[in-house]
Design a protein around this ligand. Structure first.
Ligand code: HQG
Length: 200
């Protein structure tokens, strides 16, 4: 049905806006925004096997509105509609300073917790939290038990690693927060060392 169509569109948008801008020759600003008009011209199919070109601006708006983790933002500028992914990028054309708001004081965040899996723990304790394929290591600013939909970790994680935000900021680690409240950091050269873990 139409819900599946919009879900499938959302999943394709995530992939394009986070990872594929370069290979698709899509004009992406350093704050992550691309023109919706340009997107709708791409010769691709969604996961429901529907050509992207057959979608409308309203479909895009609906996919943005219905996304369960608020992964996208829309912006109207000079009569044009722009869209971006709020976080999760792997393309380096996006500059975090422009995409995200920097956290300057530990008082700005109540929680900063990374969700992961027991199978990763040994390796994480040995080499720290790595950003892996993304530009940033991701942390949540809330817990699933808060009842809200929480962006920044998956539902099925079984290990929580709390960041010592105060210490990290004091020692010069740059922390950012996205529009959908995911806390992001490059750590130091892509790694958040173990000494910044507050508790596990
Ligand atoms: C792990 C989803 C071994 C890390 C979620 C994670 C989040 C290590 C995986 C967002 C490691 C990377 C991000 C080390 C890190 N050794 N494993 N040294 N360092 N890891 O997907 O944080 O649907 O890149 O713990 O909800 O899992 O995309 O990061 O398990 O918000 O919007 O390596 O993705 O949101 O996996 O998830 P990811 P993540 P979206």
């Amino acid at each position: 049905g139409s819900k599946d169509k919009i879900d499938a569109l959302g999943r394709l948008l995530t992939r394009i806006l986070r990872r594929m801008a370069t290979e698709l020759n899509l004009n992406m600003r350093s704050d992550g925004y691309v023109k919706v008009e340009d997107l709708l011209k791409l010769n691709m199919k969604t996961f429901a096997n529907i050509p992207l070109r057959s979608h409308t601006v309203d479909d895009i708006k609906e996919a943005v509105r219905k996304d369960n983790k608020q992964r996208f933002s829309l912006l109207e500028e000079n009569g044009e509609l722009l869209i971006r992914a709020n976080q999760g990028h792997t393309v380096t054309t996006v500059e975090s300073e422009r995409l995200l708001k920097q956290i300057l004081s530990a008082d700005e965040v109540q929680f900063c917790v990374h969700g992961t899996y027991k199978r990763n723990l040994e390796s994480i304790l040995e080499s720290g939290l790595k950003r892996m394929k993304r530009l940033h290591v991701h942390f949540s600013s809330g817990l699933p038990s808060d009842g809200e939909v929480i962006s920044g970790m998956r539902r099925d994680v079984n290990v929580l690693i709390y960041l010592d935000v105060r210490k990290a900021l004091e020692e010069g680690m740059k922390l950012y927060i996205s529009d959908n409240k995911v806390i992001l950091t490059e750590g130091f050269d892509g790694v958040v060392p173990v000494k910044y873990f507050e508790k596990i």
